[in-house]
Design a binder for this molecule. Structure first.
Ligand code: C2G
Length: 130
């Protein structure tokens, strides 16, 4: 059986997130999702997510297409996460194209097209400006 893994923040959960998770699930038999922690977001993006990590992971874990979730504490630990979760396929959106090619020795790496015209950043702006 094929084990798929993907990573993300999944903040202010939207249909682009649904699409990548359902397509990732369809590439195998078991989908594990690494949820980037609040502290990882603060360190890498300079801001905390709108939704705290417990709520983001609870939302993602509730989906039929998701079998397991864990917290991604560090971007540098990706190889350890892939091995720990016995992943066969790593799926990421095309905004990450090429960025995970170094792991092709342990997993198949697949970059999927993003859903057009939707992002957490745009949603935050839309809410601010109404
Ligand atoms: N995504 C998508 N279409 C959108 C928006 C997002 O397909 N319109 C995908 C992204 O390509 C990504 C996933 O949804 O694969 C999660 O996106 P983010 O929550 O923005 O994830 P990010 O903060 O990029 O975290 O180790 C990698 C990081 O944890 C990725």
């Amino acid at each position: 059986s094929t084990r798929v893994i993907t990573f993300g923040t999944f903040d202010v959960f939207h249909v682009g997130h649904v699409n990548i998770l359902t397509r990732a699930h369809d590439l195998g038999d078991h989908l594990t999702v690494g949820i980037s922690t609040d502290e990882l977001n603060h360190a890498k993006k300079g801001r905390y997510p709108v939704y705290r990590q417990e709520h983001r992971s609870q939302i993602v874990a509730s989906l039929d297409c998701v079998d397991a979730v864990f917290y991604e504490h560090s971007l540098e630990a990706k190889r350890e996460y892939l091995l720990e979760h016995r992943a066969d396929v790593l799926v990421m959106g095309q905004d990450w194209e090429g960025r995970f090619d170094e792991f092709r020795d342990v997993v198949e790496v697949v970059y999927l097209p993003r859903t057009a015209d939707i992002s957490t950043t745009d949603i935050i702006h839309e809410i601010k400006n109404r």
